[in-house]
Unconditional design. Structure first.
Length: 462
């Protein structure tokens, strides 16, 4: 039987003593480790990244950047990476200082091969156990969501998410509604050093603009009518963890300036508060809008866009990755009806694969739920499939249909209010009563459309 390939652990070895460095590299490589060397602290810090190494070994006494400084910077950047320090015998005080700064262990010079390998093995084993405990805690928290995919397009998305997760960079996740942007954000969080802290998600389009500032930044008691007590905002609730701002393009311009200040200064100003409050939080944002187009329209700040878009992850729509549909269908069928064992025959799966799915993964899941409900036996049929909705038409087709239905403008004039009401009614009818999709179609924030619907007394099935 062929064994499972084990990826060798990667070590960064930093020491200005060339002879001692070469001996250590020889012994570590002979033991099966993949080792990269650096001749001083400056070179070592330039070579280090949490994606490249599992362990760092550094000498303490080096010219320029000392080993203590190397330790501090690596611990700050990647607290999960263990650091071993090398020190000459008799220099106990420096070794104690290194342990206080977070070094896992220290090795005295000159050291023997067995002593070096034992320290390395113990440090890596402790890292493995710590990682396993952390993973168990994260799974128990229920933060992560399953991402089922086999397509190269989604594999690239997940690879990028895993790479950026180890950093503290702000990430902009783009893609159509229903593609799984929040699931990607949750994956970034659970694979980050902040995984054991809170993951707080906020849908910026679902909160009225006049309440959004208080919701994000919090308010002090007496700040406004009804503020009977201090209330920490979402930034403080996510302290030490991750704040996910969905539909970031819907934040009003005045609030965008305050969000930019939080990103730059790492402080929030509570509504009615008298002093800034420091926050430590990683920011992930998502949108289904073209933010560059919004910048051109003057509805989104360019400086905020570049502050948010340190790394962009685009989640492709389902129509660009049809090979993901069969495994997604099988996953949803098991999830929705784990006890019935309902199967999907080839003909039905082919029909599902050829559909455009404008609502993406969310729409596909709803279709699977419908099939489970309508299925009479242990196998679904084509008759159980939902009809192809009007929103599956292209935007051009939908616009032509709307234009054909629209009467010519009367020479005597008309009411703009009545015109707006009819446009909203037709957009809702076109989108099957789905307010979110109608808002996207009309290019307005969802909470604005909800306000108009309530103002005019429009029924969603109008």
């Amino acid at each position: 039987m062929r064994g499972i390939a084990v990826t060798p652990k990667r070590i960064l070895f930093i020491d200005d003593d060339r002879a001692g460095r070469e001996v250590a590299l020889f012994n570590l490589r002979k033991a099966g480790y993949k080792v990269e060397a650096a001749s001083d602290g400056t070179e070592g810090l330039a070579s280090f990244s949490p994606e490249k190494f599992d362990l760092v070994i550094t000498d303490l006494k080096m010219p320029g950047v000392s080993g203590i400084e190397v330790l501090r910077r690596i611990r700050k950047q990647s607290p999960g990476i263990p650091v071993l320090v090398i020190t000459a015998f008799g220099n106990v005080e420096t070794a104690v200082e290194a342990m206080k700064e977070g070094a896992y262990d220290f090795i005295g010079k000159p050291f023997h091969r067995g002593q070096l390998l034992l320290s390395v093995e113990k440090a890596l084993e402790r890292q493995r156990l710590t990682s396993e405990v952390r993973d168990l805690r994260v799974r128990a928290s229920g933060v992560e969501r399953d991402i089922v995919s086999v397509s190269p397009a989604m594999e690239r998305v997940l690879e990028m998410a895993d790479r950026v997760a180890k950093t503290d960079a702000t990430v902009l996740i783009t893609g159509e509604s229903g593609t799984g942007k929040e699931a990607v954000a949750r994956r970034v969080h659970v694979r980050s050093p902040r995984a054991e802290k809170a993951f707080v998600a906020v849908n910026c389009a679902a909160i009225p603009s006049e309440l959004l500032e208080s919701e994000l930044f919090g308010h002090a008691r007496g700040a406004f009518t009804g503020a009977v007590r201090d209330r920490p905002g979402r930034f403080r609730q996510a302290g030490g963890g991750t704040l996910f701002l969905d539909e970031i393009g819907e934040i009003p311009l005045p609030l965008q300036a305050k969000l930019l200040r939080v990103l730059q200064e790492k402080v929030v100003d509570e509504v009615g508060g008298d002093k800034p409050i420091s926050v430590d939080v990683r920011i992930l944002v998502a949108t289904n809008r073209d933010l560059l187009e919004r910048i051109r329209e003057g509805t989104f700040r360019e400086d905020l866009y570049y502050r948010l878009n340190v790394v962009e992850i685009r989640v492709p729509p389902l129509r660009e990755r049809p090979e993901d549909i069969p495994p997604l269908v099988e996953h949803f069928m098991r999830e929705i009806s784990p006890d019935r064992g309902i199967s999907v025959p080839t003909g039905v799966m082919e029909a599902l694969t050829t559909r455009p799915w404008p609502g993406n993964v969310r729409e596909l899941k709803n279709a699977c739920e419908r099939m489970v409900i309508l299925c009479r036996g242990e196998e679904v049929s084509v008759e159980d499939l939902p009809p192809v909705p009007a929103e599956s038409r292209s935007d051009d087709q939908a616009g032509e249909m709307l234009a054909e239905e629209w009467p010519p403008l009367p020479p005597g004039g008309l009411s703009l209010v009545d015109l707006e009401r009819k446009v909203i009614e037709r957009a809702l009818r076109l989108k099957g009563g789905n307010i979110t999709q109608a808002a996207v179609y009309l290019n307005v924030p969802r909470h604005i459309l909800v306000y108009r619907i309530e103002k005019y007394g429009i029924r969603r099935d109008a």
